[in-house]
Write a protein that binds this ligand. Structure first.
Ligand SMILES: *[C@@H]1O[C@H](CO)[C@@H](O)[C@H](O)[C@H]1NC(C)=O
Ligand SMILES: *[C@@H]1O[C@H](CO)[C@@H](O)[C@H](O)[C@H]1NC(C)=O
Ligand SMILES: *[C@@H]1O[C@H](CO)[C@@H](O)[C@H](O)[C@H]1NC(C)=O
Ligand SMILES: *[C@@H]1O[C@H](CO)[C@@H](O)[C@H](O)[C@H]1NC(C)=O
Ligand SMILES: *[C@@H]1O[C@H](CO)[C@@H](O)[C@H](O)[C@H]1NC(C)=O
Length: 457
């Protein structure tokens, strides 16, 4: 009888020192740069102050955090986590949850919470996923016989996003052509293409996202490129002119028309030369920058969510309301008061005042009111780099970070040139069609990604 009693007492005391370790959330996911709490607790909720707690990832010997001898062992932990980790819960109540701050992509993975008493140990695993939303989808269109090859691309995601094409009616369009690429930082880009019949009204959408709430969508009309028809028309016209000129020349040779004394067009000489290579644009810029025009923002064009600064030259993205978040344009534009319809004009735009703080911007020219057809601009998005508004897939190489852009609008040569003012280098020159008899205005957009201003400087 006594023996049984002693035996049961032993069992009881042994059982009292046992505990199980649990996590209330085995898959935590948080945004890059934010903080995460990885839950871990004891059941029953014993006082864990005298226990040993080891949070580790792949390497047991290099723990994320080690609690032993009543305190956190600062020097035992992996240096990558030093200063960023803490036990956030109440140890006396058996709460061993880990707080991890300033999350990096490398922090993603499986964590183990291991708790040891003198007589017992147990562990639980918690997965941490680092989320990052990528860029809005960018489109590229190319003609493919009677069809249009539409490509959709988005960069800068974590983890791997899904990409879905839908027609105007919301029906899913299936494609087997979805490609993923992981960059050196570990962010994923996705691209996909579809062959479609051209259409002027049936837009399609491409959405890229991690979930229904964390998603970016873009829409596009699968149009045939207009330039091709324009090009053929120009070619036919050019041939026609060549024939006429040849005929006239022959007539002159035969002496039917007396040759006119040739005279130079002095007006033509006033404009600077332009033969093509970027060195020429730089020479032109060095001359024109002395006559820089200081532009001001036309308040009428600066609409919500944009806000104008007192200086009359800066615009920034103001407070966002819910409806702004669903607005489709990622680059709401503001235009200059000043408009141009002849000559050569030079102005500057500061797109980033603090190094690397601006996540997106768009700078260029357009007519009033702004339309897609008359817009010519360079845009920037974090993860995508600088690209022409007309062809979001061509990244324009820039020497380092661009903070001030110089723009030359040239009606003589029908071009718009962009100069990287800090590096004194040529970025891009656009040929402008149909410039005659039209008035162009400078366009600036601070983008939607942050609230830093862009400024006519
Ligand atoms: C786990 O944590 C994530 C946030 O990291 C949260 O969205 C999710 O709802 C949590 N799940 C449970 C079961 O609490
Ligand atoms: C997190 O990052 C911010 C800004 O980079 C810094 O001020 C802060 O000290 C960091 N916190 C920790 C715990 O490292
Ligand atoms: C542990 O503590 C954290 C932070 O105070 C709290 O959010 C969490 O709910 C606690 N967990 C348990 C199991 O009590
Ligand atoms: C964590 O993720 C890995 C890989 O996705 C999976 O094999 C494992 O079961 C997950 N662990 C938990 C605790 O959910
Ligand atoms: C469509 O365009 C993509 C590039 O954007 C290309 O890789 C693909 O081969 C094209 N498809 C066809 C059928 O031409």
């Amino acid at each position: 009888m006594l023996l049984i009693c002693i035996a049961s007492l032993l069992i009881c005391s042994a059982a009292a020192s046992d505990f199980s370790v649990f996590s209330s959330n085995a898959s935590v996911s948080e945004r890059l740069g934010s903080s995460a709490v990885l839950p871990c607790g004891l059941s029953p909720s014993l006082n864990a102050e005298l226990f040993k707690v080891r949070w580790h990832k792949d390497d047991y010997n290099s723990p994320v955090l080690l609690y032993d001898d009543l305190k956190i062992q600062e020097n035992a932990g992996d240096p990558l986590y030093r200063g960023r980790v803490s036990l956030i819960g109440d140890l006396q109540k058996g709460n061993l949850s880990l707080k991890l701050e300033n999350l990096t992509l490398a922090d993603g993975g499986e964590y183990v919470c291991l708790v040891k008493s003198l007589t017992w140990y147990e562990s639980v695993k918690v997965n941490l996923t680092i989320k990052e939303l990528g860029s809005s989808p960018l489109f590229l269109m190319a003609e493919d016989g009677n069809q249009v090859n539409v490509t959709c691309r988005s960069n800068g995601w974590s983890p791997k996003p899904t990409l879905t094409w839908r027609d105007k009616g919301g029906r899913e369009l299936t494609t087997s052509h979805i490609y993923y690429k992981t960059d050196s930082k570990g962010l994923v880009s996705v691209s996909s293409w579809l062959l479609l019949s051209p259409s002027e009204s049936e837009w399609i959408s491409c959405s890229v996202g991690l979930s229904d709430q964390e998603m970016k969508e873009g829409r596009v009309l699968p149009r045939k490129e207009i330039w091709r028809e324009a090009f053929i028309a120009t070619l036919v016209l050019s041939l026609f002119i060549v024939i006429i000129l040849t005929a006239l020349l022959l007539l002159v040779r035969k002496g039917l028309f007396p040759p006119r004394p040739s005279h130079k067009n002095t007006k033509e000489e006033e404009t600077l030369p332009l033969t093509g290579p970027s060195e020429e644009r730089l020479m032109m810029w060095r001359k024109l920058r002395k006559n820089k025009v200081k532009l001001t923002v036309d308040p009428e064009t600066c609409k919500k969510p944009l806000t104008m600064k007192q200086d009359g030259a800066s615009v920034y993205r103001g407070q966002l309301s819910k409806s702004d978040l669903f607005q489709s344009s990622s680059f709401p534009p503001a235009l200059s008061k000043e408009g141009f319809s002849s000559g050569q004009t030079y102005w500057e735009v500061t797109v980033d005042q603090k190094e690397n703080s601006k996540k997106s911007w768009c700078v260029g020219v357009t007519q009033k009111p702004p339309t897609e057809e008359t817009l010519t601009a360079l845009c920037y998005e974090e993860h995508c780099g600088i690209y022409p508004s007309t062809d979001p897939h061509t990244q324009i190489p820039a020497e380092g970070h661009v903070t001030t852009l110089g723009l030359i609008l040239d009606f003589k040569h029908k071009t718009l040139s962009f100069i990287n003012v800090d590096k004194e280098s040529h970025l891009q020159t656009f040929r402008m069609n149909n410039m005659e008899n039209s008035k162009y205005f400078a366009l600036i957009s601070p983008g939607m990604k942050d609230s830093y201003p862009v400024k006519f400087s």
